[in-house]
Design a protein around this ligand. Structure first.
Ligand code: NDP
Length: 326
């Protein structure tokens, strides 16, 4: 088995020398255990902040994969079936079933299994729960989402459109802007090239925003708060612009907007609604099959390229979900 180890904690943007590829000899699976072979691995933004709080140097990098059960001594996971597992960056894993979920039993043949790490997986659920449980969007409302061309953001915009909202998105390249327009976003801008974020947000929705799905943090967040409507709602999902900071930002919090606009802001983690996951994944899959949801992927080939895929995603190389195919 091959594994990627965190050699030392990342300081600032991840460096190749922070990670090390190691070979590992796996034992035979015991009763109750399975041997898994990774097929697709996910690289996600959370790996950067979690590596600091959940990992020690020498640990295998944290992460989820779609894996095939190649040997089974656990009847819950028959040989040949596929699972989504929190196995970390490994090609092969011995597991007693903890942290493994079967891919939906009625997963259609023509839908790539990699989507179980993207639009029909954790990022898709994040989009759905953020919109339905946290923001409780209503038809006719205007929803703002940043990092809009990514795994979560692209699904946020599409679901909000399905539910009758006006959607404004921002992304970091003109190609991403074009992609989001194809998806049906009402207004999209490249946050890297607009002369003024405030003007771009005003032009996109002169009357302001009822709902804001926040993925980025920093300057964007502050400016977006100033454009919220009275009693606007904000779902704080992520803060990717902050993850590589060496020191936590201590800049002033935009208090006055929160008070005078009477804003309601809630941070959330996708795991809160785990009990609904199976039903929710089926809903996402139904939208996909009906052609109402597109799940684009950015695929890097080769387990050896996990660090490159991870760094590329943090730098915005991906449109849609960043995936590694072993
Ligand atoms: P993405 O697929 O969106 O990939 C990350 C994207 O972030 C990049 O493609 C890049 O796109 C953008 N980005 C990188 N740096 C910056 C920056 N400085 N400013 C603005 N945008 C930047 O990742 P995900 O969809 O998986 O995740 C999106 C967000 O959702 C993250 O913040 C993540 O942590 C959060 N999240 C939260 C969960 C929860 O439970 N709360 C669960 C899952 C994700 P661009 O070219 O547009 O800059």
């Amino acid at each position: 088995a091959k594994t990627w180890i965190l050699k030392q904690h990342f300081e600032g943007f991840p460096k190749d020398s922070d990670l090390e590829l190691k070979l590992e000899q796996l034992p035979e699976p015991k009763d109750g255990e399975v041997l898994l072979e990774a097929v697709f691995l996910s690289v996600d933004p959370y790996m950067r902040p979690y590596s600091r709080v959940r990992m020690q140097p020498g640990d295998v990098m944290i992460g989820t994969q779609v894996a095939k059960v190649i040997q089974s001594k656990n009847p819950a996971f028959p040989e040949g079936s596929h699972v989504v597992g929190q196995c970390g960056w490994r090609t092969h894993t011995i597991s007693d079933g903890t942290g493994l979920t079967q891919v939906l039993s009625d997963w259609p043949q023509d839908v790539p299994l990699s989507l179980a790490l993207g639009g029909i997986g954790m990022p898709g659920l994040t989009a759905l729960y953020g919109l339905e449980e946290v923001l409780a969007i209503k038809p006719g409302e205007t929803v703002l989402v940043n990092a809009a061309a990514g795994a979560v953001g692209s699904v946020v915009g599409q679901i909000a459109k399905l539910k009758g909202c006006k959607v404004v998105g921002s992304a970091g390249s003109d190609a991403k802007v074009a992609f989001l327009k194809e998806l049906g976003f009402d207004y999209v801008f490249n946050y890297k090239t607009v002369p003024s974020l405030e003007k771009a947000l005003k032009e996109a929705s002169p009357e302001g925003y009822e709902c804001y799905f926040e993925n980025v943090g920093g300057q964007f967040f502050t400016v977006a708060l100033s454009q919220m409507k009275q009693r606007g709602r904000i779902a704080v999902c992520g803060g990717i612009s902050l993850y590589n900071d060496k020191e936590p930002q201590t800049g002033p919090f935009p208090h006055l907007h929160v008070i005078f606009k009477e804003l309601r802001m809630e941070g959330f983690l996708v795991w809160r609604w785990q009990h609904k996951n199976e039903e929710s994944l089926r809903r996402l899959l139904t939208w996909l099959k009906e052609g109402k949801l597109q799940c684009k992927e950015h695929v890097t080939v080769g387990f050896e390229n996990m660090p490159a895929a991870f760094k590329g995603m943090l730098q915005g190389e991906n449109t849609g979900k960043a995936i590694v195919k072993v």
